[in-house]
Ligand binder design. Structure first.
Ligand code: ADP
Ligand code: MG
Length: 702
């Protein structure tokens, strides 16, 4: 049960004055909630910037593009002509140095005339713009009279908004919500409070929403950091509570005597790398423990995760149990089965694939065999978590590219068996700090070595003004029998302004096909699964030499003969994504080349990012650099959206706090695992506030 202390914070926002059904709908959208947001949801919606109204320029001195507060006299109104509701309502105003036009679209005439009476003095603020040589403010965000101005805060907060929701409405709701803040017990330990100089939860919220200094809202300052720490602690504590429950019924073991594993290894045409061996050893150790396994297997594309996953499934099969391997896309699932099937057959392991494409009788057969225990390892996509897919005895869930699946999907899969062990495969090397926030205290295996015989990749950055040269080079490569990936960022034409130069895969395909004929193929995300697979198969069989593709080839696809990759608009891709894409080449024994075409001018940030990709192929280093550059991006003002599932904590700023929150959670688990007593009660409040209370029923009342 939620502590009664929190009731006022869990009241719906519609209980605030000025928040009706329309705002309810907008706030649901803004705060990403399916039901009416509660006050706590609103309070944890933090401002992204502030407006300083303490200085007031004259109209003549107002700088276009900045937020200004002007003291003006209203001269006249020009309402939208009748019947032309799309025309703006203009209000002309002035001070002794010049004129300003206040522009309102789709506004109620009466309302505007009352707000800005002719002949009166008003304080108006908003973003100044120059339009036809005249200063203009579109939809001023504050309009007040002398008295109102005296009451205005010198610093105003600006929130992320959604269309139709005015900043004023959020501010008014926020002020009321802050008044309803109860006095809450402190859940952070005194040591951490002292070490980090944290304010209380209530003080932090007040200062972030009603800043006294401009810097009060910066994420690195104590107010925001305190809230970020809370969020991280709630996350870590919830994970620790769940994890403490993950005990296996006594006597169950999920690894057998090794006979399947030995046969799989016998069938391999290569020797396992040291890190593969080490990973298999760690996994089979976990499978034999009384605690359930939660292990992340990280390794660059091509580092050989699939065979490790297969060996884990083999160990489980030795104990007479089943495994599932879930991949995010059809292509990836088929890639896995292609690697796995011949090895499994040799070892006598029974494997099958289930995706959206297996239908009718075929699907029924697979499902029947699965329920009878006649399948040891089922590989597939989301299709695996459908209700009628029932395992006889699922013991191991392997989830590939986990971050693409929601927590719910992962849980649904593990609920198809008892005390199911979890192995997550990730080709995106995640820095350790982030692993903690995503997965909590998960065990980690890393495949840092590349399998023997891999050639380095020569990566070059080239401006797209030299496209013709690159095309000529591709022509020569084709004549030499090479295979080439040509990656474009978008499938369809976009109308969005400023990105017209983005190359459209279909268009590029047409150009290349015109020049090189049917040696060119196209694959993109909007093609049907079967069609995609057909083209991929042609490329794998070298019937096609140039494959124009969007990022659908990002993960998993394995065509070792392809040695050249051209990426258009490389500056548009994230570092991790570029690294993933490039991982498609350099897989065979021949040297490979990757050409990153970029559109000029290149921002400083983009240049730095491309440089990282050019200089290294170590995925772990790239991930770390990415984080570092994003941290700098914050300083430069290109804010990232943060961690999925986390609204306040930002990995690039609060990395230190992540580790501290984890330590705090571990301390709590050691000293007070049932969250008893006063501190326990306070921690329960924390879990409710940050919606991590799902673990509480597991430990009962405090
Ligand atoms: P990942 O899933 O990590 O991207 P894969 O498991 O798909 O990598 O392996 C990529 C390729 O490397 C596959 O063709 C696989 O057969 C091969 N491979 C895996 N391990 C080794 C190894 N130890 N030595 C040589 N080749 C390997
Ligand atoms: Mg793979």
């Amino acid at each position: 049960m939620r502590p009664a202390l929190l009731n006022s914070l869990f009241a719906p926002v519609t209980s605030l004055s000025g928040v009706g059904p329309k705002q309810d709908k907008l706030l649901r959208y803004l705060l990403d909630r399916s039901e009416t947001p509660r006050l706590v949801d609103l309070l944890l919606h933090l401002p992204t910037s502030v407006i300083d109204r303490r200085t007031r320029p004259h109209i003549r001195d107002a700088v276009p593009g900045t937020v200004v507060t002007l003291e003006v006299t209203v001269d006249r109104h020009r309402p939208a002509p009748p019947g032309r509701s799309r025309a703006p309502h203009l209000v002309y105003a002035s001070d002794e140095t010049g004129d300003v036009v206040l522009t309102y679209f789709r506004a109620k005439r009466d309302y505007i005339e009352k707000l800005l009476p002719v002949g009166e003095k008003r304080y108006v603020s908003g973003t100044a713009q120059l339009f036809d040589g005249t200063l203009q403010i579109v939809h001023p965000d504050r309009v007040v009279d002398e008295e109102g101005f005296a009451k205005l805060p010198g610093i105003d907060t600006v929130y992320p908004l959604t269309e139709g929701l005015m900043v004023g409405a959020i501010r008014r709701a926020m002020v009321q919500a802050l008044q309803k803040l109860p006095k809450l017990p402190e859940w952070i330990s005194p040591e951490v409070m002292r070490r980090c100089s944290f304010p209380s939860f209530a003080d932090a919220l007040h200062r972030v929403h009603e800043p006294v200094e401009l810097s009060d809202i910066l994420p690195q300052n104590p107010y925001w950091s305190r809230l970020a720490f809370d969020e991280l602690l709630a996350g870590q504590l919830a994970l620790a509570l769940v994890r403490a429950q993950l005990r296996r019924p006594a006597g169950t073991r999920h690894a057998g005597d090794g006979h399947f594993r030995r046969k799989v290894i016998d069938a391999l045409p290569y020797a396992l790398t040291n890190s593969q061996q080490e990973a298999v050893r760690a996994i089979t150790h976990d499978l034999g423990q009384p605690l359930r396994m939660l292990r992340l297997l990280q390794g660059d594309v091509g580092s050989g995760k699939t065979v490790v996953a297969l060996l884990a499934a083999a160990a489980v099969a030795e104990a007479g149990k089943q495994s599932a391997l879930m991949a995010p896309t059809e292509i990836l699932a088929r890639q896995h089965i292609k690697t796995i099937a011949p090895l499994a057959e040799h070892a006598g392991l029974r494997v099958a694939i289930l995706t959206g494409r297996e239908k009718g009788k075929e699907r029924r057969d697979i499902i029947a065999r699965l329920a009878d225990g006649e399948i040891d390892l089922l590989v597939g996509t989301h299709a695996l978590i459908q209700d009628d897919v029932i395992f006889k005895s699922l013991a191991l869930a392997i989830v590939d590219e986990q971050h693409r699946f929601g927590v719910r999907e992962r849980l649904t899969l593990t609920e198809k068996g008892e005390a199911v062990d979890v192995l997550v495969l990730s080709a995106t090397p995640i820095p350790r700090t982030l692993v903690l926030t995503y997965f909590g205290d998960m065990d980690i295996s890393e495949l840092r070595e590349k399998p023997a015989g891999r050639q380095p990749i020569d990566t070059r950055t080239v401006p797209d003004s030299r496209l013709k040269e690159i095309m000529d080079g591709v022509g020569r490569a084709i004549d030499n029998g090479k295979q080439i990936y040509w990656i474009c960022p978008l499938v369809e034409e976009t109308e969005a302004e400023g990105i017209e130069h983005l190359t459209n895969a279909t268009k590029r395909f047409e150009v290349l096909q015109k020049r090189f004929g049917d040696r060119v193929g196209l694959v993109h995300g909007q093609m049907k699964g079967a069609e995609k697979d057909r083209v991929m198969a042609q490329f794998a069989a070298a019937e096609i030499q140039v494959l124009v593709a969007t990022t659908v080839v990002e993960v998993g696809v394995d065509v070792p003969a392809a040695t050249i990759m051209v990426i258009e608009n490389a500056e548009r891709f994230g570092l991790a994504q570029l690294h993933q894409l490039r991982g498609r080449i350099g897989r065979g024994s021949e040297a490979s080349t990757c050409i990153l075409l970029y559109h000029e001018p290149l921002s400083q940030m983009s240049a730095a990012r491309l440089k990282v990709i050019r200089e290294t192929t170590d995925g772990f280093r790239i991930a770390e650099e990415d984080l570092r550059l994003r941290g700098e991006g914050e300083v430069l003002g290109t804010r990232q959206s943060g961690l999925p599932g986390y609204r306040i904590a930002r990995p690039e700023i609060h990395a230190q706090l992540i580790a501290q929150a984890r330590d705090e959670a571990l301390n709590i688990m050691q000293s007070n695992p049932k969250l008893a007593g006063e501190r326990g009660e306070a921690l329960r409040c924390l879990l409710y506030l940050y919606e991590r209370d799902e673990a509480l029923p597991l430990i009962g009342a405090g």
